[in-house]
Design a protein around this ligand. Structure first.
Ligand SMILES: C[S@@+](CC[C@H](N)C(=O)[O-])C[C@H]1O[C@@H](n2cnc3c(N)ncnc32)[C@H](O)[C@@H]1O
Length: 397
């Protein structure tokens, strides 16, 4: 084994010496970059060739960058996932490999493990993702740190990811060529659906799960919904066999409020509209003075996971009692299966810390995906299965 290590290192040194000869005209900086590239490529080759771990360790110790990506965007972790070497993946992650690097086709190493149906390798990457996101969140909560997090902090200041920019943008209510209702936002030449009709089934199932098996002797449920959009979920709440006794809707966007007015929402019995962001009301008498809710739902726009996690912190005191339920639109990270899984687990862990147990139900949205759902708008949900969360207070807390 040691001979193999020496041979590997020897041939690597030979190759680097040759490179140095060839690149006499390069500056020191260029040479450093060249050397890093050589080492990165050597590492990926060694993994793909199935070299023993000890030989790979030698290349890493020689300074091979774990973050290196070749012309196809493959990193050492992608290579290890493709040869299905779980122990090697563990080593690479311990040495600092980046779990969420995507190749030129948008696949992470986790996607490769998933495509090979290799559960241990997949879990290895996913769990590294969860640990990394939890750590970044902890650092950011201690002040000032803005790491390269997948979902915790968005640095995008366009209307897609900044509440202030979103609230001053124009929204358009329309139908696409398939008759799908959409609420559209145009920003910097791009279009994105703030809410799209294909989510109807998700909203319907969410209301069903939030309000199932309720004792309606005391009238309909007290409901809180954050973010009106197309009003799909609010329409399902109103359509319950016993409509809500109180239905509070928090909504800040002037165009959405105008749409709600035109659709008669301000006149509906039991409906109370709080004009503003949830952040404006969450500690106010206007909301908290209404007592606890039987069902709480949140589905905002242009907010990142950090904002959602801040909302989570208020959920225990928003819920009326142990049988009250909470749900949220589980859509962050949903353009990639691994990111979606990491994000889903992360929210489960954070809610559990708050004494909320989550049950997940898979809703198959493939049929809705069959039609030309996105048109020219930016795709924000690429999964076949939507993972629907239903949270309840953990009775032992
Ligand atoms: C995706 S839509 C909600 C769709 C809704 N679930 C439905 O069934 O049609 C998001 C809504 O959240 C609103 N919103 C954005 N930021 C918000 C905030 N901080 N507080 C409350 N609502 C917000 C947006 O104006 C928009 O109307």
């Amino acid at each position: 084994m040691f001979a193999a290590d020496e041979a590997t290192l020897g041939s690597l040194e030979d190759r680097m010496a040759e490179t140095r000869q060839d690149k006499k005209l390069l500056s020191d900086d260029d040479e450093d970059v060249e050397q890093i590239i050589q080492l990165g490529q050597a590492l990926i080759h060694a993994i793909l060739e199935g070299q023993p771990t000890s030989a790979i360790q030698v290349i890493i110790d020689a300074g091979a960058p774990l973050w290196f990506q070749d012309d196809d965007g493959w990193s050492p972790l992608h290579a290890a996932a493709s040869v299905q070497n779980d122990a090697l993946m563990q080593l690479l992650l311990e040495e600092g490999a980046v779990w969420n690097q995507t190749d030129n086709l948008g696949n992470t190493a986790g996607d490769i493990a998933l495509s090979l149906d290799n559960e241990p390798c997949y879990r290895r990457i996913r769990d590294a993702g969860i640990r990394s996101e939890l750590l970044l969140q902890l650092l950011s909560s201690r002040g000032g740190f803005e790491g390269d997090s997948l979902v915790l902090k968005s640095t995008d200041t366009s209307a897609f990811a900044s509440t202030d920019a979103f609230l001053s943008s124009k929204l358009r209510y329309t139908k696409d060529k398939n008759g799908q209702a959409i609420c559209l936002l145009e920003s910097e030449g791009n279009e994105v659906g703030v809410m799209m009709g294909w989510e109807r089934e998700i909203m319907q199932e969410t209301v069903r799960r939030l309000c199932a098996d309720r004792e309606d002797s005391a009238g309909g449920p007290k409901v809180l919904n954050v973010g009106f959009g197309l009003g799909i979920i609010d329409t399902f709440f109103q359509g319950l066999p016993t409509p809500p006794s109180l239905h509070v809707i928090i909504e800040p966007h002037p165009d959405v409020l105008q749409y709600m007015r035109s659709e008669g929402w301000y006149e509906k019995a039991g409906v109370k509209i709080l004009e503003g962001k949830w952040q404006d009301f969450i500690e106010s008498d206007a909301l908290m003075g209404l007592g606890g809710f039987d069902a709480v739902y949140t589905d905002t726009f242009s907010e990142d996971y950090e904002a959602l996690n801040r909302f989570f912190a208020h959920v225990p005191k928003l819920l009326a009692g142990p049988s009250s339920r909470f749900s949220f639109f589980n859509g962050l990270g949903a353009t990639n299966a691994v990111f979606y899984d990491v994000y889903t687990r992360l929210s489960e862990l954070h809610l559990s810390d708050l004494g909320i147990d989550v049950e997940w139900e898979d809703v198959d949205v493939a049929e809705a995906q069959g039609v030309d759902r996105w048109g020219k708008t930016r795709e924000y949900f690429a999964m076949r299965l939507y993972r629907l969360p239903i949270g309840k207070r953990n009775v032992s807390t």
